[in-house]
Design a protein around this ligand. Structure first.
Ligand SMILES: *Cc1c(COP(=O)(O)O)cnc(C)c1O
Length: 433
């Protein structure tokens, strides 16, 4: 039988570096041939050989409704007929900004861009411009896109390849980026004690999804907020992954329930707000956002920003996820996956721990949930790779790298979860042998 995935990969490799347009798609960490996706519907996609998979990547987060949701499809088709791009403002940009500001109360203004990388990079420039300071804090294992200043110890794709940073980024460009250990209050306090008056912003993934799934502890998050306030630095939440994914109000709404009055100063969003189309955003308080061009001195722009088809897709997606009970049902389904996997691992005597929030989950072949990147690295890579391929052979597609969170959509049925757990149990049995 011809393997069309393999044929396509061979063709791709002669033309596209590594055969892929984003590194983790290449299966370099786990080995084997990437699956070329032919089509997708609901919780499933089909590869070039016609093989079906239960999809736990969902385009790395955006497909919270599953693939091909009829209302979203209709909105996109209608918008496409009206025009692909104008380079002039549209009503839908206003509607999307209104929806975001309503759903995420810490935001007063927002600017739309086309990718999470662009949003993160622009947020950093704005924070520096608004505070007149140079330094930024980020945490080991957190990924904020591939802008030069943020490409330091950035987890996932980079962690997989064992590069602490990227070639092509001169040391001078990251000299103002302080990289600290996640969930380490003592290091955080020391950094502010030494550099407090120079720090423009602290950027953090509140629930880190680029080193699998690691929550910021409540005492750590509280201290981030206190120290930023005390030293006049902006607390910037990177919610590209968690926004509209872990809860309707994002991870910040989860922390606001645990820390009274809590909110970040700036938020970076992407993935779910575009519903699978290129769309991202950054926002914050009016006084900060008004520093952006054309009102203020901080330049930022984009030919396709607020694209009319992408905003239609985003608006239609948000209209679905804001329906009452949506997140309760999604969170319950996601918890049932993690607890099912846990029970299957326990039954086979395999160390396993998992966690989830809303429609985002992670698990480790470790006895306890890691709290920071160095602990995440203790997971045995070879075991994970066998798990990945065992699941793939059984029609279950999880991220092809140990350092990635997983995503459940509203289209995942009880039966999808049951099939996944049954497949996992078979693979776990082989792993402990
Ligand atoms: C995916 C991601 C980004 C980058 O978004 P792109 O659209 O891939 O550029 C930034 N931050 C976080 C937390 C992400 O998960």
């Amino acid at each position: 039988m011809t393997d069309r995935n393999a044929d396509l990969f061979e063709r791709a490799k002669t033309l596209i570096p590594g055969g892929v347009n984003s590194p983790v798609r290449a299966f370099r960490a786990v080995g084997g041939t990437p699956r070329f996706v032919q089509s997708a519907q609901g919780a499933h996609f089909w590869d070039a050989n016609g093989q079906r998979y239960i999809d736990y990547i969902g385009s790395w987060g955006p497909m919270i409704l599953g693939h091909g949701h009829p209302a979203v499809l209709e909105a996109v088709q209608k918008a496409a007929v009206d025009g692909f791009s104008f380079g002039a403002p549209t009503e839908r940009e206003v509607e999307l900004a209104e929806a975001i500001v309503e759903l995420v109360p810490s935001l007063e203004m927002v600017r739309l861009v086309s990718s999470g990388t662009e949003a993160g990079m622009s947020a950093i420039r704005l924070a520096r411009g608004a505070t007149g300071r140079k330094k930024i804090i980020k945490f080991e294992g957190c990924y904020h896109g591939h802008a030069d200043a943020l490409l330091v110890k950035a987890g996932s794709g980079l962690a997989t390849f064992g590069n602490p940073t990227s070639a092509g980024v001169p040391p001078e460009v990251v000299q103002h980026t302080l990289v600290l250990a996640y969930n380490n209050v003592a290091q955080l306090e020391a950094a502010f004690a030494e550099h407090g008056s120079d720090i423009a912003c602290l950027m953090i993934e509140p629930i880190a999804g680029n080193m699998n799934f690691v929550r910021a502890s409540v005492p750590f998050m509280k201290r981030c907020r206190e120290l930023c306030t005390q030293h006049g630095a902006l607390l910037a939440f990177d919610e590209v992954m968690t926004g509209f994914r872990v809860a309707l109000g994002g991870a910040q709404s989860v922390y606001a329930k645990l820390i009274p009055g809590f909110e970040p100063d700036m938020t970076v969003m992407g993935k779910v707000i575009g519903g699978g189309m290129p769309l991202a955003a950054f926002g914050g308080k009016r006084a900060v956002m008004e520093q952006l061009a054309p009102l203020g001195p901080v330049y930022q722009a984009g030919t396709l920003s607020g694209n009319p088809v992408a905003t239609a897709c985003g608006l239609a997606t948000l209209a679905q996820i804001r329906q009452p009970g949506f997140f309760d049902a999604l969170a319950a389904r996601t918890r049932s996956l993690v607890s099912g996997l846990k029970a299957a691992a326990d039954a086979e005597g395999l160390p396993f721990c998992g966690d989830s929030e809303g429609g985002m989950f992670g698990f480790f072949l470790l006895p306890e949930l890691p709290q920071h990147y160095q602990a995440v690295m203790k997971t045995e890579g070879a075991k994970f790779n066998n798990l990945f391929h065992g699941l793939l052979d059984r029609g279950v597609y999880i991220a092809p790298a140990l350092y990635e969170a997983g995503f459940v959509s509203a289209a995942h049925s009880e039966q999808d979860i049951a099939e996944t757990v049954a497949a996992a149990r078979e693979v776990f049995r082989q792993l402990v042998r």
